[in-house]
Ligand binder design. Structure first.
Ligand code: AR6
Length: 171
């Protein structure tokens, strides 16, 4: 895994289901019903109890965040947040994406987490333009005022490079 350390933020390339942290964040849907992409990978690695726990939460609005145990995952908790579906940028997508990061970090702090890992929310199936999403993600994380160690886990080279570009611009 490649690493780029910052004060309380680092960027790596890897698989979020392998992260041994207090909480990993799931790019979920509003039904919290599981799906493809990182959501599917997290549900497979956590085992069927995750689906049972999610069903009890009665869904989650876009940009909000709800927490479950991590079950069979190395992570203690999963924070589920549905990011916005990209519709061209005129449907408050930027604010909603920022909310997903900020509300996930709030859940982490409320539950005494110190280490949190994020995937690149909304940039897969939900089609959010990668460079814009990376800038919002890093901005939201770096502005969040709490003693957290946050890792952005990029699954593929293109995603990793987009987050590196955004980091360089914000540095
Ligand atoms: N670890 C880290 N990142 C991953 C992993 C992994 N194991 N697997 C995929 N990614 P997506 P979205 C990356 O589509 O756009 C689901 O069906 C992936 O390469 O998972 O927010 C949900 O149920 C991409 O960079 O999430 C929703 O319906 C990033 O994770 C919908 O997709 C996000 O891609 C959410 O769409």
């Amino acid at each position: 895994m490649e690493e780029k350390p910052m004060a309380n933020f680092k960027l790596i390339k890897g698989d979020i289901t392998k992260m041994k942290v207090d909480a990993i964040v799931n790019a979920a849907n509003t039904a919290l019903s599981g799906g493809g992409g990182v959501d599917g990978a997290i549900h497979r690695a956590a085992g069927p109890q995750l689906d049972e726990a999610c069903r009890k939460l009665n869904g989650c609005p876009t940009g909000e965040a709800k927490m479950t145990p991590g079950f069979d995952l190395p992570a203690k908790y999963v924070i589920h947040t549905p990011g916005p579906i990209w519709h061209g940028g005129s449907r408050n997508e930027a604010q909603l994406l920022r909310n997903s990061y900020v509300n996930s970090l709030k859940r982490a702090v409320e539950n005494n987490c110190r280490t949190v890992a994020f995937p690149s929310i909304s940039t897969g199936v939900y089609d959010y333009p990668l460079d814009q999403a990376a800038k919002i993600a890093i901005g939201a994380i770096k502005e969040f005022d709490a003693p957290l160690e946050v890792t952005m886990v990029c699954f593929d080279e293109g995603t990793f490079m987009a987050y590196e570009r955004a980091l360089d611009k914000l540095a």
